[in-house]
Design a protein around this ligand. Structure first.
Ligand SMILES: NC(=O)c1ccc[n+]([C@@H]2O[C@H](COP(=O)([O-])OP(=O)(O)OC[C@H]3O[C@@H](n4cnc5c(N)ncnc54)[C@H](OP(=O)(O)O)[C@@H]3O)[C@@H](O)[C@H]2O)c1
Length: 251
């Protein structure tokens, strides 16, 4: 019988739903205890934890934080480290995403998009760095293919993800040789929820035929790579790996 108190612990931000929940389930299957960070999705976070705890006793725990608020991010870090007395890996997955056409872009959007995609991940890396150094841990930042290729009318999000890419590379250098830091840049995986069905259909019809592999990716594609980067990739750091069905080839 494995000693559960020795199981490694991963903190996944924005883990209650969608890609984050898939990351949580995959790493849980690999034997990790999961800290499910959420912001508004309390019910989803609780049911995910219940599902994981039913599979393995005391293996998942939900914690709330607003990634745009530095004090909240720091509290998230210390609660995560103290909950099971260790932290071995961090996945910065939480993100807000919406259009910010230049004429209407404002400070509140800047604060939210930069806060969740860049500032929050930076201060979370800082706050867990000592623990991860001690554990010889790993960090993964979930970025976006649009960190390099601008998405029209989404400049603030693209700027934030571009910063997130450099965050990954600078942290990889600064935290070496103890902590490996890598990024995953998804292409089209799940459609955003804040657009109407008609627009989703339009985007689908325009974008899917142009993807060399002719389909969307799946959250599992992201989760499998995250598993590899955390558990097996002992000589990989400072890399951003694109998972986009070849979309970057046709920009
Ligand atoms: N979906 C795609 O096809 C795609 C494509 C490229 C890149 N990505 C990247 O992949 C990651 C996951 O994508 P996704 O579509 O699954 O993400 P998502 O559903 O849009 O967002 C993930 C979670 O982020 C959390 N979040 C947002 N703002 C927050 C804040 N201020 N503080 C704390 N948490 C906050 C939300 O938590 P609550 O629900 O608890 O409020 C949300 O559930 C993101 O980093 C995204 O940029 C996704």
């Amino acid at each position: 019988m494995p000693n559960l108190s020795e199981s490694p612990v991963v903190l996944i931000t924005g883990a209650a739903r969608r890609i984050g929940a898939c990351l949580a389930k995959r790493l849980h299957e690999c034997g990790f205890r999961i800290i499910v960070h959420y912001h508004h999705s309390l019910n989803e976070a609780n049911s995910l934890c219940e599902e994981l705890n039913n599979r393995r006793h005391d293996s998942a725990w939900a914690v709330n934080a607003n990634m745009t608020d530095i004090a909240s991010v720091e509290a998230l870090a210390s609660a995560s480290i103290s909950h099971w007395g260790r932290l071995d890996a961090l996945i910065n997955n939480a993100s807000s995403f919406y259009r910010t056409p230049l004429p209407d872009a404002n400070k509140q959007q800047w604060g939210e998009l930069i806060g969740s995609n860049l500032q929050g991940p930076f201060f979370l890396c800082q706050a867990v760095s000592e623990e991860l150094i001690m554990r010889r841990g790993a960090i993964i930042n979930i970025t976006d293919i649009h960190a390099h290729q601008p998405l029209a009318r989404h400049s603030i999000y693209c700027i934030a993800k571009a910063g997130n890419t450099m965050l990954t590379r600078t942290m990889a250098k600064e935290l070496a040789p103890h902590v490996r830091v890598n990024g995953i840049a998804p292409g089209v995986i799940l459609w955003p929820e804040n657009i109407c069905a008609e627009n989703t259909e339009k985007i689908k019809n325009n974008s899917l035929p142009a993807i060399p592999l002719k389909r969307m990716g799946t959250p599992e594609d992201i989760a499998l790579l995250a598993e590899f980067l955390i558990t097996d990739a002992s000589y990989i750091t400072g890399q951003i790996i694109t998972v986009d069905g070849g979309k970057h080839l046709i920009f």
